[in-house]
Design a protein around this ligand. Structure first.
Ligand code: GLU
Length: 288
């Protein structure tokens, strides 16, 4: 049986879409059209404090206006929370998850906590807490996040796969061909898998959904390149298939900054209201 290729666009509904999102969505869409692949839209709304239904509606409207079409029903992560809990249980059974009681302030106050692409790198304060200390803190009702012991996770993943881990990145070879890159998420520190408020982290949800939806090619922005080694480790630990990756460049505004609402750059809805057409947007992001 041949597996049909599939890619996706996976916005978080916490704001309006901007030309940078359009570039990402259109890059994946054009690839799907060129490869007769499935195209999937996924709403990444595990963070209920930031996600809003009206943003989801406006994002969907913008994507339709751009000419995209996707399989229905659209998967909304908030409808699948028990699935992610099962993933978390499996990681827990492997002994790779620990409760972290640190506050943001504790972490940023640590001299050992440099900044990484995912925020402050956690110095591992709670990793080695003795069981009785953990139990007492939990019994006292102290809030805790769940973190992955990333060094052990790499060890176990390598044991399970019988190999040094790598991931496949299109364009990473010496002549721009597809290449395999080494996987080492340890410099990122012990990633949060579930926040103190119970929100499942993007890293866990994304690998489980890519597998559940049969995604063979993950096409997304360069800003998420740093996360791919962690995603690969989670795929091995959760026994999920390995997709290929392509991290595309980011669309910057005139000042060289990423386009984002907080910088006052125009959203797709603004541009549409000004009379711009989908072809204008394509030209704007260099895809015409
Ligand atoms: N939801 C993520 C975002 O909006 C994208 C996730 C992904 O493509 O892996 O940045």
């Amino acid at each position: 049986m041949t597996i049909r290729l599939a890619t996706r666009f996976a916005p978080s509904p916490n704001g309006h879409l901007h030309p940078g999102h359009a570039f990402s969505a259109l890059t994946a869409w054009d690839w799907a059209c060129a490869h007769d692949a499935r195209f999937i839209l996924r709403i990444e709304d595990t963070d209920r404090t930031r996600s809003r239904r009206e943003f989801e509606t406006s994002q969907i409207e913008d994507l339709r206006w751009l000419g995209l079409d996707w399989e229905e029903p659209v998967r909304r992560q908030s409808d699948h929370l028990p699935d992610y809990e099962r993933g978390l249980d499996r990681l827990r059974d492997l002994g790779l998850v620990y409760p972290c009681f640190c506050t943001r302030k504790d972490i940023s106050a640590s001299a050992l906590a440099p900044h990484g692409p995912d925020g402050v790198i956690y110095p591992g304060t709670c990793r080695g807490l003795p069981k009785d200390v953990r139990d007492t803190k939990q019994a006292e009702g102290m809030a805790f996040a769940l973190r992955l012991d990333v060094a052990r996770a790499v060890e176990v993943a390598e044991r399970l796969s019988g190999n040094r881990l790598t991931f496949t990145e299109e364009g990473a070879g010496p002549d721009g061909e597809t290449g395999r890159l080494p996987v080492d998420p340890r410099p990122m520190g012990d990633a949060v898998l579930a926040r103190k408020d119970g929100v499942i982290a993007y890293h866990l949800a994304v690998v489980m959904d890519d597998a559940a939806q049969g995604i063979t090619h993950v096409i997304r922005g360069q800003d998420l390149f740093f996360a791919t080694p962690l995603h690969r480790v989670l795929q091995v630990l959760l026994d999920l298939p390995e997709p290929r990756y392509r991290h595309h460049g980011l669309i910057l505004d005139e000042t060289g900054e990423r386009m984002a609402k907080r910088r006052g750059s125009k959203s797709l809805a603004d541009l549409r209201a000004e009379g711009k057409t989908p072809d204008d947007i394509r030209r704007m992001v260099g895809l015409a």
